[in-house]
Design a protein around this ligand. Structure first.
Ligand SMILES: N[C@@H](CCC(=O)N[C@@H](CS)C(=O)NCC(=O)O)C(=O)O
Length: 208
């Protein structure tokens, strides 16, 4: 595989997904750190050369003249895991795995990750009026996502099929730190058991 470098912020669960995927697959991954709270992904240079969307994670593939940049955490996880046991070979299961990864980006991350960021890294008293006005909706959305996950995991070990896939990695990243956003993981016993299974995987690495 080409030399791989992750442009990341170490506090970011989206970046962690990629580091966890690489670790589980024993793929070497260099990192370059940015501080999103200081706008370091919004500089003209970053926008022009790394990601015009102004966000990390970005997986850099190769170096020099042949370098390519792949933003979006779940796309980067797919790039790393293509052909591995983390992506099912069964056609339905592969699509079902994507279903949970899209769910993660639409229903889970915008609520669970955003509340974690606002409460743990920005601080409630520093939130804008607009952000304050979204707190209740974000909490309700996050709780609904966690409830759905808990129901799905009741009687199952993994989101799809009989082994861990990228769906588990994508959803694990912000679920296991959801208490940073004042979500109560004790309300979701099947999620708690799944979190324990995830952190027991061979070559598992922690967020920070
Ligand atoms: N859908 C994207 C979300 C990326 C994202 O929101 N990144 C955040 C950190 S987790 C970021 O770079 N924020 C800095 C900014 O928006 O200026 C993904 O899954 O990679």
């Amino acid at each position: 595989m080409d030399h791989l470098t992750l442009h990341e912020d170490p506090i970011s669960g989206n970046c962690y997904k990629i580091k966890l995927t690489a670790a589980l697959l024993d793929i070497p991954l260099a990192t370059i750190a940015y501080d999103v709270t200081k706008g370091e992904t919004r500089t003209p240079k970053f926008l022009a050369t790394i990601n015009a969307n102004g966000r990390i994670p970005v997986l850099q593939i190769g170096t020099g003249d042949t370098v390519r940049f792949l933003p979006e955490s779940n796309a980067a996880c797919w790039y790393l895991a293509d052909g591995s046991d983390l992506i099912p070979t069964d056609r339905f299961d592969r699509a079902d795995m994507l279903r949970w990864m899209f769910f993660e980006q639409y229903n889970h991350e915008p609520n669970v990750a955003t509340l974690r960021f606002w409460l743990k890294f920005v601080g409630e008293r520093n939130l804008s009026e607009a952000q304050r006005g979204q707190l209740a909706a974000k909490r309700a959305g996050g709780e609904a996502a966690l409830q759905l996950m808990d129901e799905h995991l009741t009687g199952r070990e993994w989101f799809v099929g009989e082994t861990p896939t990228l769906a588990d990695i994508a959803l694990f990243a912000y679920t296991h730190v959801a208490e940073d956003g004042d979500f109560v993981l004790g309300d979701y016993p099947a999620i708690q058991a799944w979190l324990t299974r995830m952190s027991a995987l061979a070559r598992y690495v922690a967020l920070v």
